[in-house]
Design a protein around this ligand. Sequence first.
Ligand SMILES: [Cu+2]
Length: 512
Amino acid sequence: MNRRAVLRLGAAAAGVGAVGVGWPSAAALLAPGQPGRLLRSRTALPEPYRVALPVPSRLAPVRTDSTTDHYEITQRVAELRILPGLPTPAWTYGGTFPGPTIVSRSGRRTVVRHRNDLPQPVVVHLHGGHTPAGSDGYPVDLILPTSGAMPADHAMPGMPGDVATGERAYAYPMNQRAATLWYYDHRMGHTGLNVWRGLAGFHLVADDESDALLLPRGHRDIPLMIVDRSFAADGSFRYPVTATGGVADAYMNGVLGDVILVNGAPWPVAQTDPARYRLRLLNASNARRYRLELDPQPAGGSALVQIGSDGGLLARPVGHDALELAPGERFDVVVDFSRYRQGTKVRLVNRLGSGSTAEVMRFDVTGRDRGDDSAIPDRLGAGVAPLAPQHAVATRTFVFRQRRGGAWAINDLAYRPGRALATPRLGTVEIWRFVTDFHHPVHLHLDHFQVLSRNGGAPGPYDAGWKDTVDVRPSDAVEILTRFTDYQGAFLLHCHNLEHEDMAMMADFITV
Ligand SMILES: [Cu+2]
């Protein structure tokens, strides 16, 4: 341990605490609506609004042919610079956090070859991808490290999985609409820890329909990955892990950090022109929920004009003063900074946080380029026609709750690979009902869905469009409609609170 770390530890032990001088009192860091328990950093928190917003680099294909773009990513340990003066060793896709952004073209096949130079097995899931089962990142379909070491806890009889050594090529047909997808680690029982360590990145899909609209583009189209993290005194990520890689019991409701990172930087600042920007918001946090607002709000309100959700463009734009994001959800919004006076500093704040977690990032309207040929058309996406509940061939209920004895479960069953809780027929529409005891953001693989009802009434203000993750709050009952399409096999339904997912709140469904 170096002298600096020792000094920081000393300060913490003396009760000076881990709160930087720039922060207001953080006496009550927890607000209602937060699933989980705060894990405090053991290093001084960085000052907010001191670093520029990074934008993840775009990955170039290693090869393209008439049908397919081929990419390669090596997963490896890298030292990140997140805190001033302290390195943060991380598990990364290609050396950065977030990993590089892949941009696919709808209708062109994308193949991503992942090589695992990490010390542990990994699994890659493309969240929101309409992907055949063999490339969907089933949680026991491991990529073992290049060294070939098999994890001891995987040697359970009856669940071998499709195990590869060193590398695996994931093939994505990309027969789907333009949308903001993301990729991350989905290894059984280790997802929370592996994502916390840095295994997450954007994967965007573009198509002709959305390109034809004059939405903000180029450097005014920015993906924003929002996460919370905590840091140990030596600058490494802090996570309450057990010897087997799972989360410690005390944090089974969810791990909450006290530092907010946007694209891997703590409370960054973006310099903007007085013009429209497209912001692709992703909550990639393990457990934390956000209620995002701009502060100050522009005169007239509706600062956040939502144009898309998890599964791509909405039929029509929807104006919001605030947006609530559960883990896994994406909201595609347009913000018009020309509504602010030159020089205004506009904070993106989190009304479900307090102290350090109430701040997210800042936009400084300092640019002079008023040129803006973008627009927000009244009609955005085709293909958002509502699915009809009378066409549903089945209604199934999934109860997300804690089992007697502690584990998170679906219909009182802890996850077991190969045991399907539903066998929907391809080409048919079903109604799935999610009932909960707690905050459970429910994520469905394979196909997007539409929210049909919330507690017997209309869908909520954040439920519009094609979704793949829905924010289900304590005692909520949410009904969704989905059509199962194209690919036979075993897919997953799970809670996207990653600590709940790791503690077995996950189920297979098998399309037939
Ligand atoms: Cu949950």
